[in-house]
Write a new protein. Structure first.
Length: 210
């Protein structure tokens, strides 16, 4: 068998049973490789930011691959309950059914039964793949975001440790926007007032000597 024949058989096999999980897993694999690579090639971002973003993107797709597969297979498992009542008789012509009932067997009837069996298998496969598609969509909308929100942050924090601020930097940050009172000496009295306090001249008549 030549390489072309092998490739043809692979394509035919995938065409007969092309699971939706194959497509989404392939897309997730490519995104898990390319997106972190493109992020790291961005020269406009800081190295720490690039590492953090690339790691999150890679972990997201790494989590998505098994979740896609598990969700698709779990949803497809229920197809046997939905297709339980489908038989070859649903795809046989009425004339063939009458001939079989009368005990007539020939090559034409055998061929019809074979075609009906193939139709049953195709129908069951379509139902299964439709359920798999529903499972994959559910995973993309709900399962993967929930799992990523729980798992990614602890993993990233263990791999990339956040730099600790020094005591001087911490004190400087806390006192940066703290307004210090200014002390003014008027003879023997000392007054404190806030630097950012807005004062207005007292205009008009004052009552009570205040």
């Amino acid at each position: 068998m030549t390489l072309a024949d092998k490739l043809k058989n692979i394509c035919l096999s995938l065409g007969k049973n092309n699971k939706p999980t194959y497509a989404v897993i392939a897309i997730a694999s490519v995104k898990g490789i390319c997106r972190p690579a493109f992020t790291m090639m961005d020269k406009t971002e800081k190295p720490e930011t690039k590492k953090y973003t690339a790691l999150r993107e890679g972990l997201t797709e790494l989590i998505a691959i098994p979740v896609y597969w598990a969700s698709g297979e779990f949803a497809g498992y229920f197809s046997k309950y939905l297709t339980k009542g489908i038989t070859e008789g649903d795809f046989l012509p009425n004339k063939v059914k009458e001939d079989i009932k009368n005990g007539i067997t020939n090559e034409s009837i055998k061929k019809s039964i074979k075609n009906a069996a193939e139709r049953v298998n195709e129908t069951k496969l379509k139902v299964t793949n439709n359920l798999r598609l529903a499972g994959v969509c559910t995973a993309a909308l709900f399962v993967i975001p929930a799992v990523c929100s729980i798992a990614i942050k602890p993993i990233v924090n263990k791999i990339i440790k956040q730099p600790k601020k020094s005591i001087k930097e911490d004190i400087a940050t806390k006192t940066k926007f703290t307004v210090q009172p200014k002390i003014v000496n008027f003879g023997s009295n000392i007054y404190k007032y806030n630097q950012n306090r807005t004062t207005r001249p007292h205009i008009g008549l004052r009552v009570g000597g205040l």
